[in-house]
Design a protein around this ligand. Structure first.
Ligand SMILES: Cc1cc2nc3c(=O)[nH]c(=O)nc-3n(C[C@H](O)[C@H](O)[C@H](O)COP(=O)(O)OP(=O)(O)OC[C@H]3O[C@@H](n4cnc5c(N)ncnc54)[C@H](O)[C@@H]3O)c2cc1C
Length: 383
């Protein structure tokens, strides 16, 4: 019977779990298996790297080999886990089976893609990894001259961040969204309006209430012709799809683990199978929430590391406001829990509070210079 802890995934969730585990246990063997290189990078920097002129390689904070050496980990990189077997406590890779005492699923999320017609539909990019970012970077560096057109599908968090970043870097950015305003899922209308105005002032053009119908190769090499559902024909050197992410539950589902919007885990991050745990973008935490952000991953990794090291621990998620990386209009958002009845109130410029039916504050949005108040406002929120 092996004593090895096996981790699948070298994103923030996988590496942070290992780092936290090693603070408590330096002896137990750990094997980390990942489909990518395993290099450690901060994923949030992918959506503000262009304006800073940072190259993909410059975003790596610690190379994989250094991570493995420092943390005493057997790294199996560029290797996808093809299947897992909860009964025999093994995972299957092209190199054979690896047995585990405990398994950590940190497999992240997959970009949601909508069907798009046209002979260049396969040139639509999404960015959810350093490799994706390198592909975007290559496509945008391939042509010459500034002011090149880029079309972004989706005016959510990632779409708005890329719109701000690419516009600041000199690209001519248009954003297409079937909704009627940016960040509609997170912001009150007035805050969306402020953000829209700030991004438009930077040169971003929004097309709301429309979708992308087709993407075809244009006559001038490298350029794309994008047909929108309102009949408008746009030209772009690059089409970036940023319409959202979906938890990657494929391995867990195929192995018969409970899966809903993510891999279902309890307060101790255990899946429906003994000795198999999940966290990060692939997980659905207790009370049915997914929390695909950095801070919850840090909380979950610390709790899971303690559990794996012999001290069963719950992951207790505090309010974790998210900073939206749109320097044109800095925003901090702490949305209410899904399903919380209530409405937005705007007591002061740049501050919106979500009050429930009893007048209790359950969330907030701060914009512009008000973002400095995030701690004070966080303290007011009752979870
Ligand atoms: C552009 C962008 C900007 C963001 N900005 C912010 C921000 O400002 N603030 C914030 O809080 N959050 C932000 N986020 C979200 C945050 O970055 C993510 O929640 C977090 O990085 C997810 O980490 P993860 O380890 O769960 O998943 P991932 O980073 O996706 O890692 C998954 C890992 O699993 C591996 N894997 C998957 N399947 C297999 C398999 N079968 N076999 C082997 N390996 C496998 C992958 O290769 C990868 O190494 C941003 C996200 C994006 C995309």
């Amino acid at each position: 019977m092996t004593n090895t802890v096996v981790v699948i995934g070298a994103g923030l969730a996988g590496w942070t779990t290992v780092r936290e585990f090693r603070k408590r246990d330096s002896a137990t063997p750990v094997t980390l298996i990942t489909g990518d290189s395993g290099d450690f990078y901060a994923k949030p920097s992918l959506s503000n790297a262009f304006a800073q002129g940072r190259l993909p390689a410059q975003l790596i904070s610690t190379p994989a080999a250094k991570m493995a050496e420092t943390l005493g980990v057997t790294l199996v990189a560029h290797t996808r886990v093809q299947a897992l077997d909860a009964a025999t406590q093994t995972v299957v890779t092209r190199a054979g089976r690896i047995a585990f005492r405990d398994l950590v699923l940190a497999t992240g999320a997959q970009p949601i893609r909508v069907p798009v017609e046209g002979d260049a539909a396969d040139r639509v990019l999404s960015v959810n990894s350093l490799d994706d970012f390198a592909a975007l970077h290559a496509q945008l560096q391939a042509g010459s001259g500034s002011d090149r057109p880029v079309l972004i599908m989706g005016a959510g968090l990632i779409g708005c961040e890329f719109a701000n970043d690419l516009a600041s870097a000199g690209f001519r950015v248009s954003v297409v969204d079937p909704g009627m305003r940016p960040l509609a899922a997170l912001l009150p209308e007035a805050a969306s309006a402020e953000l829209r105005q700030a991004l438009e002032a930077l040169g971003v053009t929004f097309h709301f209430g429309v979708t992308v119908r087709s993407v075809d190769a244009a006559e001038n090499a490298g350029s794309l012709q994008v047909l929108l559902s309102n009949g408008l024909l746009a030209h772009a050197d690059c089409v970036l799809s940023a319409i959202g992410l979906r938890a990657d539950t494929r391995l867990a589902k195929a192995a018969g683990l409970a899966v809903e919007r993510g891999i279902v885990v309890n307060c101790q991050l255990q899946t429906s199978a003994a000795h198999i745990h999940a966290l990060g973008d692939c997980a659905q935490y207790a009370h049915g929430v997914t929390l695909p952000y950095v801070m919850p991953i840090m909380t979950a990794a610390r709790a899971l590391a303690a559990t794996l090291a012999g001290t069963p621990s719950d992951a207790v998620f505090a309010l974790m406001p998210v900073s939206v990386k749109t320097p044109a209009l800095p925003l901090v958002v702490a949305p209410p829990k899904p399903g919380t009845a209530g409405q937005w109130h705007a007591p002061e410029t740049g501050l919106w509070q979500w009050l429930d039916e009893a007048g209790v504050q359950r969330g907030f949005v701060l914009s512009g210079s008000r973002t400095a108040q995030r701690m004070a406002e966080s303290r007011r929120v009752v979870l």
